[in-house]
Design a protein around this ligand. Structure first.
Ligand code: ARG
Ligand code: ZN
Length: 876
């Protein structure tokens, strides 16, 4: 059941051309597929038989080879495989299958969402449509004819260009699409529905005009502008920064409500989860606007990093995902505040990816094995994969990196390749040796750097010793040291940046350096220092590692106000807050909160000369999830209480500063998603949240009037969230109801309404969660609803999920068992909070384990959930 990288073999047969005809009906769909196939000259297999992938969702209706129907004994039709015993070296295969998209709750292959037909074929969904060699290194040209009722499905879309259309008998019509680029079947897409079309165009750098089209349900017609603008910005940016031009004449985006993931980069026809593409100022928050911009860009960038150059096999998934996340991060940094973007990415990585990397599902960026590939669309593949590409960028510098990416695209255009091919292109273009660096792809686990320093006053030398270790992960022990770019600076007592002289007598020295760590231990000497400096370590989070250094609170406060590296300023504030909060965990008395923290925050709130976007980030206390990640045997309710205590203390001590900050940051004029306006709204809403946290009357008045007057979702949601997390129960109830009444017809807003309650430790108790699930707007078939209630409860409402009596764990167990039959992909993702049972204090861990065992024992458990549960329970 496990698939290994070492077993990779080139395909025995290739597909040159695929001719598809879809007949779409109310009660199902018939798919006629004609494959032009031939033996792969690159394969040394002598096997005469042909194996195609299939899935229980499809029924085989007929099968012919070179025009003659195959006899029953000429092939074997197993549920997930079709074996034809003997085929010639070159042939045409006709396959007819019958599917029931209307009953497809897995949302893989062809399914229906709000009446429209749509597809999701990555990673292995195409086999749910027809029998096919479903692997990314089989690339074929596709021609697709779609037939459906004209009144119900006026819009019929697939990849490439529409080359023919016409009417058929019985009120039906057809459109034929042709994609000139060979592609793996995971990039195939089809959409049929009653959709409105929004058009725009883009003039490319070589002077071609591209038709841009968005297709959405009529009720969403006014929510397309932001995605369309984002798309044009992304197209321009990829030309300017990577020299990549779009290749087809048409680029289409479709929004669907039921979708397992965020979006999909199908060639020329990107399909999006509605929540990741539709926005209006009234219905989407600033964060949603930013997320949409980055996802639209991400899917667009895949056209080169993913489609033109694709993956040889799914072990190479990070080849396209890590690189494309890196590209979309660079894009977002360029569109907004680079420091804030870096903070957001690093915070997510340190909270969630580090947790994954130290748990039972830890795997390398290029895994060696998997049972179900869908479980490997992980933070490690995406986010750590992005960091790995980012480190290459840091080591090579932007110019060499661009030479490397040019070489990669040129050398591998039209091919299905490996992460190793990517690294080799970077090496060949730059002349740098990245052989040790490749360990980042092979070894799982987060490297831990322990930093010690000493200052020799007489010699004027400051020494930094950095030791590196990589913890054991499932199946991997005794790891080799990795090649780590470690960016640093040194600050003098006045806050000035000191020159980093690595040799005595060096005259011109930079104040910023990237040290390269390659051994288990390194000592660096910095000369000509007349006083002991304060080190600024791992600037801009130059590598995805943990850094241990015995910072004093004074040093952290100093860095918070003086470090020229914005990321490290923020990080110093986080470390200080973590230190203060951790010091209070488990304490029940009236231990004081360090006044240094209060004064540091007071300074932040008052200083208008600071970059307000950075201030907005610095004011956010470390999340509970991050505090848990940092702790050994955490007791979640204790961590929650300690954090609440600090929050309450800060809010009380800083009340007047918060009110002043709230008033000062009113955003005048019309709604815009600029870094400054976003920062102001964020600051105001943080101030509001803090005031309501301590049930401040003036805060409540402000929140209620902000809710009333808001002309955008950020402020409306900011006010609602503050009330939900306050003790003002009646006002909260009233506001929640008003919100629902106003927005009940908009699923994307209702999802936010669910999430704000499910994630609240004050409004999201288990009985309240069950009420949300009984609400008419909740829908077991819609992944967004499941995520916004169950996922948010288990992932964000941590004190309730980790309730002492284990009720949160049993609740999740019940939901996973229920979902496993209808949507195993989503069920497997929901299990994730339970997988780290070994980390928690035993009273919790044992109950989490019991929940996992109960899931394991469900009859007919899906492969998706089986893999996660078994790996979590295995081992010591
Ligand atoms: N390739 C998509 C993206 O990251 C993700 C789609 C994965 N879908 C899935 N069901 N596994 O852009
Ligand atoms: Zn992607």
């Amino acid at each position: 059941q496990t698939i290994y990288l070492k077993d990779y073999r080139v395909p025995v047969f290739l597909v040159d051309h695929v001719d598809l005809r879809f007949e779409l009906f109310d009660d199902g769909a018939r798919v006629h597929s004609v494959l032009s196939m031939r033996r792969n000259p690159g394969s040394d297999s002598a096997d005469k038989s042909l194996e195609l992938n299939g899935d229980p969702l499809t029924t085989l209706e007929s099968l012919s080879l070179d025009g003659s129907e195959l006899a029953k004994d000429a092939f074997e039709d197993r549920a997930d495989k079709l074996v034809i015993h003997e085929v010639p070296d070159s042939f045409e295969l006709d396959v007819v299958t019958w599917l029931e998209p209307q009953n497809n709750t897995r949302l893989e292959g062809l399914y229906q969402s709000s009446g429209m037909f749509c597809t999701q074929c990555e990673a292995e969904g195409f086999r749910c449509i027809t029998y096919f060699p479903d692997r990314p290194d089989v690339m074929a040209r596709f021609r697709t004819r779609i037939e459906a009722d004209k009144a119900s499905f006026p819009i019929l879309l697939s990849n490439g260009n529409d080359v023919e259309k016409g009417d058929l008998d019985g009120g039906r019509h057809f459109v034929t699409w042709e994609d000139p680029f060979p592609k793996p079947c995971y990039l195939f897409a089809l959409v049929a529905g009653n959709l409105v079309e929004k058009r725009d165009s883009f003039h490319t750098m070589s002077g071609r005009d591209i038709d841009l089209r968005m297709y959405v349900e009529p009720r969403n017609a006014e929510k397309c502008e932001h995605a369309m603008d984002s798309l044009k910005r992304a197209m321009r940016w990829d030309e300017e920064v990577y020299g990549r031009e779009y290749d087809l004449d048409i680029f289409m985006i479709v929004a669907v409500d039921d979708f397992n993931m965020g979006a999909m980069e199908n060639k020329g026809l990107n399909i999006f989860n509605s929540s990741c593409v539709l926005a209006s100022q009234e219905t989407a928050t600033d964060q949603a606007f930013q997320r949409i911009e980055s996802i639209v860009a991400h899917e667009y960038f895949h056209n080169w990093s993913g489609n033109r150059v694709t993956c040889r096999d799914w072990f190479q998934l990070s080849l396209k995902e890590g690189f494309t996340v890196f590209r979309d991060s660079q894009f977002s940094a360029d569109m907004g505040s680079p420091t804030v973007k870096r903070i957001e990415d690093a915070a997510m990585l340190r909270t969630a990816q580090f947790a994954e990397d130290s748990g039972p599902m830890a795997h390398p960026v290029r895994p060696e094995s998997y049972m179900e590939i869908t479980n490997f669309y992980t933070l490690t593949i995406y986010e750590k994969g992005c960091e790995v590409v980012g480190m290459i960028h840091t080591l090579l510098g932007p110019d060499m990196f661009r030479k490397g990416s040019d070489l990669y695209f040129e050398r591998h255009d039209g091919q299905a390749v490996t992460t190793d091919d990517f690294v080799r292109a970077m090496e060949d273009a730059s002349g740098r040796d990245l052989s040790q660096f490749r360990l980042w792809y092979e070894q799982a686990g987060t490297p831990e750097l322990t930093v010690q320093d000493e200052y020799d006053r007489a010699a004027g030398i400051y020494r930094l010793t950095i030791d590196q270790t990589i913890p054991e992960t499932p199946g991997q022990t005794n790891k080799k040291p990795q090649h780590i770019p470690f960016a640093i600076g040194l600050l003098g007592t006045g806050g000035e940046s000191l020159p980093l002289k690595l040799g005595a007598g060096e005259t011109e020295a930079p104040t910023d350096r990237v040290l390269e760590l390659t051994e288990a231990s390194h000592t660096f000497e910095f000369h000509d220092l007349s006083e002991r400096p304060v080190p600024s370590l791992l600037r801009n989070f130059s590598a995805p590692v943990r850094v241990y250094y015995p910072w004093t609170r004074d040093q952290l406060m100093f860095l918070m106000s003086h470090d020229p590296d914005g990321f490290n300023r923020w990080d110093a504030g986080q470390r200080l807050a973590v230190d203060v909060i951790s010091g209070l965990v488990g304490e029940t008395g009236s231990e004081a909160v360090d006044s240094g923290l209060t004064e540091a925050y007071r300074g932040l709130l008052a200083d208008e000369s600071l970059d307000q976007a950075l201030v907005a980030k610095m004011l956010q206390l470390p999340s509970e999830a991050y505090l848990i990640e940092l702790a050994d045997s955490p007791n979640v309710p204790d961590i929650h209480r300690a954090r609440e205590k600090v929050l309450g203390h800060l809010a009380t001590a800083l009340r007047d500063d918060l009110l002043a900050c709230y008033q000062r940051n009113t955003v005048e004029g019309s709604y815009e998603v600029t870094p400054d306006a976003v920062a102001r709204r964020s600051l105001r809403n943080t101030a509001l949240a803090w005031l309501l946290h301590m049930d401040d009357e003036e805060g409540r008045t402000l929140a209620e009037s902000q809710f009333e007057k808001a002309d955008n979702m950020t402020d409306r949601m900011g006010a609602l969230r503050a009330l939900v997390n306050s003790g003002y129960e009646q006002e909260c109830e009233r506001t929640l109801n008003a919100f629902y009444e106003q927005w009940k017809d908009d699923p994307q807003v209702v999802e936010q309404w669910f999430a704000v309650q499910a994630g609240s430790s004050r409004r999201g108790s288990l009985p309240e969660i069950r009420q949300l699930m009984a609400h008419p707007a909740f829908d077991w078939k819609n992944p967004n609803k499941i995520r916004s209630v169950i996922g948010v409860f288990a992932g964000q409402n941590l004190p309730a999920f980790h309730a002492e009596d284990g009720s949160g764990y049993r609740f999740l167990e019940e939901q996973v068992r229920r979902l496993d039959d209808s949507n195993p992909q989503i069920a497997a993702r929901l299990v994730s909070p339970l997988t780290r049972w070994r980390k928690f204090a035993p009273v919790h861990g044992e109950q989490m384990k019991a929940a996992l065992e109960a899931i394991r024992d469900k009859p007919g458990l899906s492969r998706d959930v089986y893999e996660v549960v078994h790996k979590s329970l295995a081992g010591k």
